[in-house]
Design a protein around this ligand. Structure first.
Ligand code: NAD
Length: 423
């Protein structure tokens, strides 16, 4: 048996979850054990201290991370997360999932992820900028347009990417938009990137509804998270005639059995007021959100929110994983037994990295894309990946998750084997 190093990552439940999924794939597809051992660990991780001068003059120091799962298939690609719970194991797990996701979508990227353990809501705009610029300086030695390309994730946005692009460009001495994706359109961002992840989630949901012969106009949805992914998913589902009956975010959850007016909720939240004060719905207990009966349930916030204790209580027909890692392996087994149609995260939320790929290509070539081109190509690649996952699941009697992960893991394994030990 090859030696799989037990590592500092293993103390993290999220990393153990990613490892468990990889082991499950190894049980159904032909993988050389040596390659499996390499894929079970990230290529490298950089831990940095990020000191920030606060507006009142004192200095706080935060822990920052950048993990590259591999560089086998191209630059490592993955988001930057600002959240108090960020730690090395979480970032390592997310970087591994990015490897499989990019491979499922046939993108020339490997997996990466970064984060800072900080609550961004406690930072002023100036503090956020200083934090982001200092973090960029600290990880400068391992990032680059051909090495590692960041994008927004939870707690970060277009502005965060603009600061990273500016800091990097000042170092290299020329404007370098291809160092990040998900940046503002004015400085080389691509139209439709902000909406891409939610749109991709909705493309997958519509495919699943069609396959199950369920009429979207007779369908309901519940969405956890009303940030980038959650709010766009709600808007796109609403536009296709689904009734959104409950929504939640970190402030709490609201429900309206007749359907929430999503454009009005979007405008309400944009004014900075808490979602729970929206007049067009009633507040419900946050714990009741995921178990609200619906056709489609979309977790679009945190990891591990569907676990062994609540999985049996879910009352949805389709689970569309907008968030990364929302379902623990124990919950996955319960849901699979109960016949819920699962669209796994590595497929469901891959629209974001797909349009990031278009943005990277646009910036490398200095040739601008239109929003129509972006959306048409996004739809094509998402539907193609969805079809390949379903075909494998059917032909081998696998769950959608195992089929999706198998496609991703096998592609990376083939490339690692061809290249040899170094990547
Ligand atoms: P975001 O910061 O824009 O939004 C996060 C949302 O989650 C907010 O509405 C927040 O209030 C809510 N939230 C936080 N804690 C919560 C809690 N305890 N209970 C309920 N809601 C809570 O982040 P995002 O970019 O929308 O990312 C959401 C998820 O989607 C993450 O798992 C992220 O990794 C994943 N994802 C994002 C992208 C992207 O392009 N942004 C791409 C792929 C996957």
């Amino acid at each position: 048996m090859p030696h799989v190093a037990s590592s500092i990552y293993d103390s993290s439940p999220i990393f153990r979850m990613a490892r468990k999924q990889l082991d499950a794939v190894a049980g159904v597809v032909d993988l050389h054990p040596d390659v499996l051992a390499r894929m079970a660990m990230p290529k490298r991780a950089l831990l940095v201290s990020v000191p920030v001068r606060r507006d009142d003059g004192h200095i706080d120091t935060f822990a920052g991370y950048r993990v590259q799962h591999s560089l086998t298939s191209g630059p490592s690609k993955g988001g930057l997360r600002y959240h108090p719970a960020v730690d090395l194991g979480e970032v390592a797990a997310l970087s591994m999932w990015m490897s499989w996701k990019c491979a499922i979508m046939n993108l020339p990227f490997s997996g990466g992820k970064g984060g800072i353990a900080v609550d961004p809501s406690t930072l002023s705009m100036g503090e956020r900028e200083r934090l982001t610029r200092r973090y960029t300086e600290e990880v400068l030695s391992i990032i680059g347009p051909r090495q590692d390309v960041m994008a927004p994730d939870m707690g970060t946005d277009e502005q965060t990417m603009a600061w990273i692009m500016d800091t990097y460009s000042m170092k290299v001495g020329y404007a370098c938009p291809e160092i990040v994706t998900g940046k503002p359109v004015e400085i080389g961002g691509i139209t439709g990137r902000r909406e891409a992840t939610g749109r991709g989630v909705v493309f997958c949901i519509m495919q699943a509804l069609a396959e199950m012969e369920i009429d979207p106009a007779q369908s309901t949805a519940v969405v956890q998270g009303f940030g980038n992914v959650g709010s766009v998913t709600c808007l796109e589902l609403h536009a296709r005639g689904l009734k959104i009956v409950a929504v939640g975010d970190r402030a709490g959850a609201i429900a309206n059995p007749s359907g929430i007016d999503i454009p009005a909720l979007n405008q309400f939240v944009a004014t900075g007021r808490p979602l729970t004060e929206f007049p067009g719905a009633s507040e419900i207990a946050a714990d009741d959100l995921l178990t609200t009966p619906c056709t489609v349930l979309v977790p679009a916030a945190l990891e591990r929110v569907i676990h062994a204790q609540n999985a049996g209580l879910l009352r949805c027909r389709i689970l569309a994983e907008g968030a990364n890692g929302p379902t623990t392996p124990e919950a996955d087994a319960i849901l699979t037994d109960s016949g819920i149609y699962i669209i796994p995260d590595v497929l469901c939320n891959a629209g974001g990295v797909t349009v990031s790929y278009f943005e990277w290509v646009q910036d490398l070539q200095q040739f601008m894309w239109t929003e129509d081109q972006v959306n048409q190509n996004l739809s094509k690649l998402m539907l193609d990946a969805f079809g390949r996952v379903r075909a494998l699941a059917r032909s081998r009697s696998l769950s959608n998750r195992t089929a999706a992960l198998s496609l991703g893991v096998q592609k990376v394994a083939r490339e690692m084997t061809r290249r040899g030990l170094f990547p």
